[in-house]
Design a protein around this ligand. Structure first.
Ligand SMILES: Cc1ncc(COP(=O)(O)O)c(C=O)c1O
Length: 464
């Protein structure tokens, strides 16, 4: 059913185009590797600009006007004998990102100290700028982290709340949010309240979700801790509508009592055509090694500049320009920033620095095109599944309440058994580690209609 050979030969044909496009983009990234500033790590008093001048490292979104999805698919080095519907788990990288990682790895292997000194701060800041440009957010308020989990952990551990304050979350959120809140509350004394927003995701509505949430906000509520796209059912939360509803609550509150909207954004980030502004979140954490197909071990936390003062760093920063100066001079490092929220320490820098190319690749293909493609493939999958009597789809059909995750159950079979059988048919999906486990298939913009049809065909054979 899947014409993999056609895909492969087309890929070979188009490989040259890819190299040429990537080449021009990489040339401008390479220019960012010759910083004018001395490395702060070797000069503790150095308090130079926390800003490498913006480079035109990101081609305009128009670069690939009419998207050739075969070309896009050909940027991956996947084993094409599998149908990979697993974008929500762990990324493999497109060529542009692979090449950037390899270039930095070679530089570090040749001379780790000089390569690090020459590149570290400018390339971390270039990655923050690329993230800010991609997500319409102020780059100075972006922290670089290693995963969604570490981002969510830092976001909630850093909340400046205390005894008597309430944090409102839901029963639908993932382990990472619940556990980060539990651990944070043990230290800060705040109360974590969990509510249910619906019985079945499939039939949930936006007014119902917003109404239940706002109905649970009290005078003591300081934070809403939510997830953009639930990884159990694939329901996409109406974050924009929730932010809108919060505005009237916050309008009469002093700044330190305002309800903050904090989001685990990983399953919408790299999928949806939104910005931090359009969502209206105060803080959003997302791993970059899932739908964004960025380097493994990377993530970001976006803060609104007017909200970042409600958080404090947890791990000492190496990136803040006055980090060492404040330590040695024994003075307060000052207002919170994305650099201060970025954990310090030596890292797999070849991955951190290559984040820029991940955003570049998404911009090249186009955020709107990626969102539309993902929506179309997920819609096709949901439609096909809903026509099979032995399958119960758990994800809403409405694209306003869903993104790329498609969750379902096969009547009479455990989710794990179905995932195993799908593997036997060379389709990669997963089961969610929740109390109610569903099967999840997650088409992304590197998949084709044929991939979806192949998975549907395999599922039609998997009956109780
Ligand atoms: C909602 C949600 N948040 C966080 C994570 C963990 O992401 P990461 O591997 O980037 O820490 C997952 C699952 O992988 C998830 O489903």
């Amino acid at each position: 059913m899947i014409d993999r050979e056609a895909g492969l030969s087309r890929r070979r044909l188009l490989a040259g185009t890819g190299v040429a496009l990537a080449g021009s983009a990489m040339a401008s990234v390479a220019r960012a590797q010759a910083p004018a500033e001395p490395p702060p790590e070797s000069d503790p008093d150095f308090a130079g600009p926390d800003h490498h001048p913006p480079e035109a490292t990101t081609p305009a979104p128009e670069t690939l006007k009419a998207v050739d999805w075969n070309w896009v698919r050909g940027q991956w080095a996947l084993d094409w004998s599998w149908v990979n519907l697993s974008a929500m788990l762990f990324a493999s990288n497109p060529r542009l990102v692979r090449t950037a990682i390899a270039r930095h790895r070679d530089g570090l292997d040749a001379n780790p100290v000089t390569y690090l000194e020459a590149n570290n701060r400018p390339l971390q800041n270039a990655a923050r700028q690329a993230a800010g440009q991609y997500f319409g957010a102020a780059w100075e308020s972006i922290a670089l982290v290693e995963s969604t989990t570490s981002g969510v952990g830092l976001m909630y551990a850093g909340l400046l709340v205390g005894y008597g304050d309430e944090i409102l979350t839901t029963t639908h959120d993932y382990y990472v949010t619940h556990e980060a809140l539990r651990l944070a509350a043990q230290r800060n004394g705040a109360m974590v309240k969990k509510i249910s927003l619906f019985d079945e995701a499939r039939t949930a509505t936006i007014p119902q979700i917003v109404g239940r949430l706002m109905g649970a906000v009290t005078d003591k509520t300081r934070v809403l801790a939510l997830t953009w796209v639930h990884s159990s059912t694939g329901l996409k939360m109406p974050i924009g509508a929730i932010a809108q509803a919060l505005k009237s609550v916050n309008a009469t509150r002093e700044p330190h009592r305002r309800v903050l909207l904090c989001v685990d954004g990983v399953h919408g980030f790299g999928v949806e055509n939104e910005t931090l502004e359009s969502l209206g979140a105060d803080a959003l954490a997302a791993g970059c090694h899932k739908w964004l197909f960025g380097p493994r071990g990377t993530g970001v936390v976006f803060f609104r500049p007017d909200a970042i003062g409600r958080f404090a760093p947890t791990i000492p920063s190496f990136l803040a320009p006055n980090a060492y100066g404040a330590w040695l001079g024994n003075y307060d490092p000052g207002a919170n920033t994305g650099a201060r929220m970025t954990p310090g320490g030596f890292k797999a820098f070849e991955h951190v620095w290559a984040l820029t190319e991940a955003f570049q690749f998404h911009n090249m293909v186009g955020k709107a095109a990626i969102a539309a493609r993902t929506r179309a493939l997920a819609g096709r999958l949901k439609m096909g599944l809903s026509q099979m009597p032995h399958i119960a789809v758990r994800t809403p059909m409405d694209p306003n309440l869903s993104a790329g995750i498609v969750s379902f159950d096969v009547v009479g079979q455990s989710a794990d058994a179905v995932v195993r059988k799908l593997r036997g048919a060379r389709v990669i999906g997963s089961a969610a580690p929740y109390a109610r486990r569903h099967v999840r298939l997650t088409p992304s913009f590197r998949n084709t209609e044929a991939d979806v049809d192949f998975a549907l065909q395999a599922l039609s054979q998997i009956k109780g």
